[in-house]
Ligand binder design. Structure first.
Ligand code: IPE
Ligand code: IPE
Ligand code: MG
Length: 241
């Protein structure tokens, strides 16, 4: 891998959309109101990403750990997702954006899964832009699932242990064809990964902002991209002048 021109627009942006609950709490509102406001930020960020020329946006929408939240919040989120998908499906079509999902999708409630599958199938034809939702997603779960699949191939005699490389692991992730994210954004002032894309973020540039996700709109994304463009990616090599 070589270092790249700093002005380059990130091809793939991954976002940890955090702070919905605190945003709502500040207003004395229930947490679900924060998640609803967060959906508006998704729209704004999708539009700004398209205008900036970003091809792929991966959004951390629900982690494997988020199942431990109170039942009312979990079901609120699981109902919000299909509502938002049907309400905003037209935006995906207008922008020729393919919807995809990564995670342990079999754990989603049937209604959520059904609408997700429907919109994914309806947008499968688009190749210009992709919106990837990480749902019931965990980086460790993804790696565990990849290792299980690889072990199965070894056991079946389809693969020799010596033949396993970085690429083999990449090939067994949930969306193996996606390039690694160039830029990872986390909102709400938390400086951690919370089990997001552990393998894929190895060489991503990290951008942390104190803004809560419902406040993160077009201008915030422009700032994140501008900061990315000031970074120098070296991939372990030597700075080229
Ligand atoms: C992020 O906002 C959305 C999800 C995790 C689903 P939070 O719900 O984590 O909001 P805070 O971090 O509690 O403020
Ligand atoms: C990460 O946020 C998960 C999502 C944004 C979906 P959390 O709010 O769940 O993460 P922690 O608990 O602060 O690490
Ligand atoms: Mg949070």
């Amino acid at each position: 891998m070589s270092s790249e021109a700093p002005s380059k627009v990130p091809r793939h942006i991954a976002v940890i959309m955090d702070g919905n609950g605190r945003w709502a709490k500040e207003r004395g509102w229930p947490r679900i109101k924060g998640h609803e406001a967060g959906a508006e930020s998704v729209k704004a960020v999708m539009k700004a990403s398209r205008d900036a020329g970003v091809e792929i946006v991966t959004l951390y929408a629900f982690s494997v750990e988020n199942w431990s939240r109170p039942e009312a919040e979990v079901s609120g989120l699981m109902n919000l997702l299909p509502r938002m998908l049907s309400k905003h499906e037209n935006i995906l079509h207008e922008n020729e954006t393919r919807l995809r999902a990564i995670g342990r999708l079999d754990q989603l409630p049937a209604k959520t899964r059904k609408e997700l599958d429907r919109v994914m199938a309806a947008t499968e034809k688009y190749t210009t832009r992709q919106l990837v939702l990480a749902l019931s997603y965990g980086g460790r779960a993804e790696l565990t699932d990849a290792v299980k699949a690889i072990a199965g191939k070894v056991q079946a005699g389809e693969l020799k242990p010596d033949e396993i490389s970085d690429q083999t692991l990449s090939d067994h992730l949930y969306a193996p064809d996606l390039p690694d994210p160039d830029l990872m954004i986390r909102t709400s002032g938390e400086n951690r990964l919370s089990n997001f894309l552990l393998w894929q973020l190895s060489y991503a540039e990290f951008y942390f902002t104190p803004e809560f996700w419902p406040d993160f709109r077009e201008e915030s994304l422009h700032q994140a991209i501008a900061e990315y463009q000031r970074r120098q990616r070296r991939y372990g090599g030597v700075k080229s002048c």
